[in-house]
Design a protein around this ligand. Structure first.
Ligand SMILES: [Zn+2]
Length: 72
């Protein structure tokens, strides 16, 4: 009558492989460099940008602003 063999324990494994894959996905959306290859990576809603690309973008913005300032 006494059933000691309870089979209602479920083994839940943490998705370790998924966490590792997510870590790998952190790379610059512009130059494609890995998070470990750059000084820092800034995350957007669905993209990443590294410090090198931020500097390049800043230069482009500065050049564009100077160009527009000259025209007016
Ligand atoms: Zn980059």
């Amino acid at each position: 009558m006494a059933d000691t063999n309870t089979n209602n324990t479920e083994e839940i494994k943490p998705p370790e492989s998924d966490a590792l894959n997510e870590e790998k996905a952190y790379r610059c959306s512009f130059c494609g460099k890995d998070v470990n290859e750059v000084f820092m990576l800034v995350a957007g809603p669905a993209v990443f940008i590294c410090d090198e690309c931020i500097e390049k973008a800043q230069e482009l913005v500065r050049a564009k602003k100077e160009e527009q300032a000259r025209d007016s």
